[in-house]
Design a protein around this ligand. Sequence first.
Ligand code: G6P
Length: 486
Amino acid sequence: MASQVLVAANRGPLSYLLADDGTLTTRRGGGGLVSGLSAALARQPEALWICAALSEADREAVRRGVSEPGVRMLDIDPTTYDDAYNGIANSVLWFTHHHLYDIPREPVFDAEFRRRWESYVAYNRAFARALAQEAGEGAAVLVQDYHLALVPGELRELRPDLKISHFTHTPWASREFLDMLPDDIRAQLMWGMLGADVVGFHTWAWAHSFMTAAQLDDERGIAEPKTVAGADPRDAPYIEKMTRGPVPHRRTTVAVYPLGVDGDELRALAHRPEVNDKLAALRAEIGDRRAIVRVDRTELSKNIVRGLLAYRELLTEHPEWRGRVVHLASAYPSRQDLAVYRSYTEAVRELAAQINEELGTEDWQPVLVSVKDDFARSLAAYRLADVALVNPVRDGMNLVAKEIPVVSDAGCVLVLSTGAGAYGELREDALTVNPYDVSETAGALHAALAMPAEERAERTKRLASAATALPPTAWFTAQLAALRAA
Ligand code: G6P
């Protein structure tokens, strides 16, 4: 039956595991996009989520016709998929939007890049075709993230009747970084995005970068004419353009929906018996020492290494904390197909080991690093956090910054970098730092540990209320309503 609400995202709400005896079991997908969307879609029973088969087990499930209600996995040729996901989405678009390039060496746009880009186009077209197939007349299609930037444009050509939105969960690149892309590639990217009726971001900072990009390409005559930003982008931002598709003149609205967390649900999750057990185990390990907690994917943009350097500087500049604090750094494995992610993960492990070697004593291990996917342990760490360290160099939103204040048992101080999307909403009650300034971060950790209990409680209360302002269901419903009205 044709659907009226469709979501498209590279990662689905679940993935499959294939046991040796051939049985398939499911597990929950990771990352901010999946946690936000899963919660929202649980309350949209009629919606269809189209995602890619990510692994051999997922492909096997598609082949066997195994599926969960409301989910359709696309079995894209593995080489095409690898080129699109690892080669373009995660190595080019992610690096561009997060400003991660090591400039003297990267990026290099050569023949190999062009080959991969063709795969990215093919992978986007596969999504557009599946959406065109599944969508009912006039249906709302909500496309997610940089993996699928071309889908709105492609889908618009196939199905001009649909209402299409695109939501970016990452930052949008600044002009300098976007300009590194070859002109025709950047124009394709903008053409794809502007196929949407509504283009959404977590914060105005990223929305403004996008508007600038759309305008600049017009000035250079690269994109098709014409882009007009609203007089005051904060009130009614929109972009008008001519498309080369069947609908000659269209308007794209740029909107901001800062994803938040569902406080009740998160607290309930954090008080399950499994989490209580992990909490008891962690408590036994760290004793009554203070806890500085961070939880991330093993992700370059999360700035884990500078976080560890700041912690080391805290212990050297303020030796009074030695033996009285522990840094719990959980980083669950992510994108390990990419060599640069594997070596970053190694660098995190090595630096932590070095700090423990240099400063640890017989009865005190300064850093506990855990590189595994253990959601219950992360929630336990949230609960005992005295200080939450969230210092990304650049991050679309960063839900951890919102989750820890909501869950921490005794309230926590949030040390937050200016690079996080959450900075806009949380800065007043966080201790904010420049992500590159290790000494400033060390100073903020000291101030956080020393903050009087009353002030800490007050700030936590306000942080938790800002964090829960737009929980996933409201975030999704608002977008759906705006799209239907577009
Ligand atoms: C970020 C992206 C998501 C992605 C998640 C996990 O939050 O915005 O689109 O799903 O990271 O990354 P992965 O590559 O494992 O899907």
